[in-house]
Design a protein around this ligand. Structure first.
Ligand SMILES: [Zn+2]
Length: 167
């Protein structure tokens, strides 16, 4: 996948992180919209709509948080939603987590808008695309990038975030 020039994307990612520090939902939305607009221009797709919401929808089973939703994408309306507060503590999430969620949903938008795929799958290629955009936006030096590690859940490959963080 071709990547956009780094510096403008990095500046937009920094602005998004600053907006998150204010904890102001509308500032975060504007920051996210600016980043999505730049990416959409580069990839020649319509700019998706963005909603920024509060506490992540989640499920608690026997006192343990077993599920939380970071974001989603609706192909029919080309709308991305991201939640900016963590499930249990209800704190503003880390800027990197929100950036990763935003890029994840943008990649669903890319699949849907560019390839006219009604369904966008969590393939390994899909996660690699997010990872390339994520490190581009953060200007991670190549030597500091950790290779993605994989775990198979049923028939689906997923990134093994625990091993990635612990590696
Ligand atoms: Zn997804």
């Amino acid at each position: 996948m071709p990547l956009p020039p780094g510096e403008p994307i990095q500046a937009l990612a920094r602005a998004l992180a600053s907006a998150m520090a204010t904890e102001d939902t509308s500032l975060v939305r504007r920051g996210g919209e600016a980043l999505l607009a730049a990416l959409s221009t580069f990839y020649r797709v319509p700019v998706p709509a963005l909603r920024v919401l509060g506490v992540r929808p989640h499920k608690v089973t026997r006192g343990v948080c077993t599920y939380q939703l970071f974001g989603d994408y609706t192909p029919s309306t080309q709308r991305i939603r991201v939640w900016m507060r963590t499930a249990i503590r209800e704190r503003v999430s880390s800027p990197k987590a929100l950036l990763n969620t935003l890029l994840h949903e943008f990649c669903h938008h890319l699949d849907s808008a560019r390839l006219a795929m009604p369904q966008s799958y969590h393939t390994r290629g899909f996660f690699w695309r997010i990872d390339h955009l994520y490190h581009l936006a953060l200007a991670t030096p190549p030597a500091a990038r950790r290779p993605l590690r994989w775990v198979k859940r049923g028939s689906v490959w997923a990134v093994d975030w625990n091993r990635l963080r612990g590696a």
